[in-house]
Design a protein around this ligand. Structure first.
Ligand code: ZN
Length: 319
């Protein structure tokens, strides 16, 4: 990478991060986070707390993506023939010695890797992607202060600073309980950083996963491992398919995912739903990047593969 392109990427990352922080401040002041449910009932669950880009940052990223798509060399790099094997480092945070073996057995994490590989290979549906996953380590940590994390909290920063390992191509997954800012447990099942964040804040890179969402847990509709498939989609650069809802040019920047409004909470596989009837296609209820239930979310699209490749090439150096 030349100095010029490295500087360019840094400027892009600074701009995008500035937009995200602006949005977070507005959300905090309004006490109405853009994509989080407010109920403690799992029937009203919005499972992900990853904040989508706002209109300005989405527009800037979209311009870059458009330029990328015009370059033949990048189209070649998007071929599924190029496989990227990503090492996964699990950090299981436990409360005390009485739960030393935790509610997350090693078998569940081995199964989680299998679920990731099946989903990203297209074996559950949709298009195969170039990403595969390899279990690199399971690190078990007993620390009562870290057992329940809140998005953006000082405790989360401490956890990541103490435990995170590897570089931009290493997927660190911190497994704990997650407490929503409103105080509920079990409503947020995961959240992730986007690739561009790594350029400025590599120390916070990674995914926080609720222990309730690992394969084999007793949380109905979200215990197959597909929550981590969704969060890993964010980690690879994907936005929610309902970004911008039905509105104008503000989208998930992927051309082959039909537009939709956020799915209705509790309706885990609303077949035939068409929340944006003025636009082409029915809601992408089977896409991994929406909010339906685990068994309903089974596919990525070719457009999402291209967008992931763009993000991981530019911001994670995967080439
Ligand atoms: Zn999400």
């Amino acid at each position: 990478m030349t100095k010029t392109s490295a500087s360019f990427i840094l400027v892009v990352a600074i701009t995008l991060l500035g937009c995200v922080k602006e949005e977070e401040q507005q959300s905090t002041s309004q006490q109405t986070p853009p994509n989080r449910g407010g109920s403690s009932s799992t029937s009203n669950l919005f499972f992900c707390d990853t904040r989508d880009l706002n209109r300005d940052s989405s527009s800037q990223l979209g311009t870059l993506f458009s330029d990328y798509n015009k370059m033949a060399v990048n189209k070649a790099a998007s071929s599924p023939a190029n496989v990227f094997t990503i090492p996964v480092r699990f950090h299981v945070i436990q409360g005390d010695s009485s739960t030393e073996n935790g509610p997350v057995p090693d078998d569940a994490l081995v199964e989680q890797i299998d679920v990731l590989n099946r989903a990203y290979a297209g074996e559950t549906g949709g298009t195969q992607t170039p990403y595969r996953f390899q279990l690199a380590s399971i690190n078990r940590v007993s620390n009562a202060k870290w057992r329940s994390l809140s998005p953006g909290s000082p405790e989360e920063a401490d956890v990541k600073k103490a435990l995170r390992v590897g570089d931009a191509t290493t997927l660190n997954v911190f497994i704990s309980d997650i407490v929503a800012p409103e105080g509920q447990k079990g409503t947020i099942l995961g959240y992730s950083t986007f690739p561009f964040v790594y350029q400025l804040q590599p120390e916070i890179d990674g995914i926080v996963l609720n222990y309730r969402a690992v394969p084999g847990s007793d949380l109905a509709n979200f215990n197959s491992g597909h929550v981590l498939v969704h969060e890993t989609g964010h980690w690879l650069g994907l936005l929610h398919t309902f970004t911008g809802a039905c509105d104008g040019a503000f989208t998930d920047l992927v051309s082959d995912t039909p537009r939709e409004k956020p799915p209705t909470p509790g309706n885990y596989c609303p077949v035939g739903r068409d929340s944006c009837p003025e636009t082409l296609g029915t809601d992408p209820i089977h896409n991994h990047m929406t909010y339906t239930g685990d068994s309903c979310r089974t596919e990525f699209t070719q457009g999402q593969v291209t967008f992931m490749r763009f993000n991981t090439l530019l911001f994670r150096g995967m080439r």
